[in-house]
Design a protein. Structure first.
Length: 106
């Protein structure tokens, strides 16, 4: 959901940079080509994977890895719409073995 909002905001900013209105009906790809701005959603995903790899390669027992592996004592999240954890997005892409995938620098 937040990625979608980022994309919409980025497109609005790019249109403002070019002075283009929605009624002009210029495709997003054309606007992106004109502005030569990187896609924020792709940039966020790349940085998230880099950070995941950095944390997964740690062996010194610092807080970063401990926080990612933490589970509540009850084993459940609170009632209502559960908040998405940072690793949930990564697990959705890479599965439960995301730490091994993140450790590979290639």
């Amino acid at each position: 959901m937040i990625i979608r909002r980022l994309r919409v905001t980025q497109r609005a900013m790019e249109r403002a940079m070019l002075g283009v209105y929605l009624r002009d009906q210029i495709r997003n790809e054309e606007i992106r080509r004109r502005t030569r701005v990187t896609n924020i959603a792709q940039r966020v995903a790349k940085l998230k994977w880099q950070w995941a790899g950095h944390i997964a390669r740690r062996t010194d027992g610092r807080w970063g890895l401990k926080v990612l592996e933490w589970r509540p004592r009850t084993g459940k999240r609170s009632v209502g719409r559960p908040q998405t954890r940072w690793t949930d997005d990564i697990r959705r892409v890479a599965g439960s073995r995301w730490r091994q995938a993140a450790q590979d620098r290639a």
